[in-house]
Design a protein around this ligand. Structure first.
Ligand code: XBP
Ligand code: MG
Length: 258
């Protein structure tokens, strides 16, 4: 039986609630700046979240709302340019401190470090978005807390494909069974399980109600002392919130059910 050695965190929706008030806002600013009257409200954005990756999301929207545009010879270039502007707006938003970590994340990261657990990231988003979020929320050395940051276009197939987790595992030099993934979405869960990594899901407004079959535990957040989590599936953490003890217990349970 492998002992738990590393935690592999998703970013968007897991470390921070970035989608509704971060990425969505940045996409809309990029559209406005380009002179387009496109606007993604909260509901439409939730629907478009079924694909991961910002460029992929713009392409999905164009295919659904402006299908003729897909025929344009320069469509790839236009999507790339829109996405570059979106990343610029997103980074500016992060720099204002508008996007905090989810409750319990900082505490859990500190506990995990103190317990000697190694930390990694497997995400679909652009690498600069990850390092900027870590710096603006955890401080200058926040990026260095993570031994491996697997992000964005380094893999051709984004989540739910397992490729980004394969890259993270390679970087850690660990078998999937020595790790635990923390995800917020069905796409993320499929990606992690596809790489063989047992997964705990903490849901958010956009992902609540998705199919989390195969997760070791499904909770509505990480919780904090005095602010317990609601448990949708799996064993409740003894302390009422996600701590290293509960992660070790879930990992052990995943190992024995293999
Ligand atoms: C995150 C995403 C990303 C972000 C936007 O998915 O889907 O596309 O919304 O990032 P996950 P970019 O949390 O499953 O990794 O615009 O930088 O692609
Ligand atoms: Mg996510």
């Amino acid at each position: 039986m492998d002992k738990l050695s590393a935690l592999i965190f998703d970013v968007d929706g897991t470390l921070a609630d970035t989608e509704r008030d971060g990425h969505r806002v940045a996409f809309n600013r990029a559209f406005g700046e380009a002179g387009l009257d496109w606007f993604w409200d909260e509901g439409r954005y939730g629907d478009l979240l079924r694909v991961t990756g910002g460029k992929e999301r713009i392409r999905l929207y164009v295919s659904e709302d402006w299908p003729d545009l897909l025929e344009a010879a320069d469509i790839d270039e236009r999507i790339r340019a829109l996405h570059a502007a979106k990343t610029r707006h997103y980074l500016s938003l992060l720099e204002t401190g508008a996007i905090p970590l989810r409750p319990g994340v900082r505490r859990l990261l500190l506990e995990a470090r103190a317990a000697g657990l190694r930390l990694a990231i497997a995400t679909t988003t652009t690498p600069d978005n990850v390092t900027t979020l870590l710096r603006t929320t955890l401080g200058e050395d926040g990026v260095a807390w993570f031994e491996v940051i697997a992000a964005g276009d380094i893999v051709p197939a984004k989540k739910p494909a397992s490729d980004i987790f394969d890259v993270a595992l390679l970087g850690l030099g660990l078998p999937p069974t020595a790790c635990l993934a923390l995800e917020d979405s069905e796409n993320g869960l499929r990606a992690a399980l596809g790489a063989g990594v047992p997964t705990v899901v903490t849901t958010n407004g956009y992902t609540r109600g998705q199919d989390f079959t195969g997760a070791i535990a499904v909770l509505d957040g990480f919780g904090e002392p005095g602010a317990p989590v609601a448990v949708q599936a799996g064993t409740a953490p003894g302390s009422g919130y996600v701590d290293v003890e509960s992660l070790v217990a879930w990992h052990r349970a995943a190992q024995s059910s293999r």
